[in-house]
Write a protein of this length. Sequence first.
Length: 209
Amino acid sequence: MSQDLEQIVYSKNVIEFVAVANEYCNFVENHAQVNRRVFVERMQKIFPLVYLKASLLPQIDDENAESPEKFVNEVEYNFLVNKLAEKLAQFDSYQEVFDERMQFSEEAIDASISENICDIYQDLKDFIMAYRIGTAEIMADALWECNNNFQNYWGQKLVNGLRALHALAYGDIDIDQNDEAGFKTEEIKNGGRQSGWIDRHFSHFDEED
């Protein structure tokens, strides 16, 4: 691998994206440790961070790029989707307006916040795990694929999901009804808030709460 490509995979924008992606995955994996309101408010804050950092990723023109190994299998994906759907309950579904199927349907298309979250999670987790291998060639392939998927697939899911999360966070909706009992609205105890870079962003938001 050329020195120029090594500079790309270790560049500031890429490392910051890795930090945000890692925080996203940690939070989603540890969602059971917070109640529904905290979950919604944190996802509403981290969605735009992921979008921003993904939009700043450098382009890699690699016609020979290979798809890296996948680490999130279908069973794990479905398990996580079901758990998030249980947490969000009746608030998981929302009407989608940016869907290709809309042109063929006279009725609204239903979408799922939990599926949006997990579609993004799957790509970010695969990306992080590939980066942890530490081989420059694998890192470059993972970066290329993540960038491509962001532009063509889950970037739109971020935007769509944020609209739904915004409505839950600020709308006239009692999202606390029928929530799990016993949770405290405080920090995640294990697995989250590990990155100093992302902590500074969350601490800024928390001061405004």
